[in-house]
Design a protein around this ligand. Structure first.
Ligand code: HEC
Length: 120
């Protein structure tokens, strides 16, 4: 492995190791994060405000999920981690933003993930 690759992996590892520590400090979204860095759109400030209350928003932005799975994630945050239950309007606003900004990576126009070795 080239030295530079090694450094890169080390940085990734350190980053992963410090993530849970960040999440344990209430309201400890790192100061360098702000809603303005995210793609503009309806629900951006609401999503950033809500989802960075407990952990860095980059934990959210690192995900690529369907609307359905974002929906499940929001339910999980409420049921397991104590996120306030949102009124349907707010919930929809945030969900729309998440689904639009962080969609599944392999999305194709024809219905999302395809099993690569499935018979055509
Ligand atoms: C009340 C606190 C709280 C709020 C608000 C909150 N979360 Fe979380 N979230 C947590 C905790 C605790 C974890 C698990 C610890 C960790 O991985 O840092 C977590 C983890 C996650 C993960 C990683 C899950 C995984 O499987 O690795 C995602 C994605 C996530 N949250 C999304 C969101 C989104 C989207 C919102 C806003 C709609 C949100 N969270 C709001 C507490 C919260």
């Amino acid at each position: 492995m080239a030295y530079r690759d090694w450094i890169f992996s080390a940085v990734l590892l350190i980053g992963a190791a410090t993530l849970p520590a960040t999440a344990q400090q209430p309201g400890a979204a790192p100061a360098e994060e702000s809603a303005e860095q995210l793609p503009a759109g309806p629900g951006r400030d609401e999503a950033f405000g809500m989802c960075s209350a407990c952990h860095a928003y980059r934990l959210v932005a690192a995900q690529s999920m369907s609307r359905e799975r974002w929906d499940d994630t929001m339910t999980l945050m409420t049921e397991k981690h104590g996120m306030p239950k949102l009124e349907s309007e707010d919930r929809k606003l945030i969900l729309d933003y998440l689904a639009k900004t962080h969609p599944p990576k392999k999305a194709t126009g024809t219905g999302g993930f395809q099993i690569p070795f499935a018979p055509q």
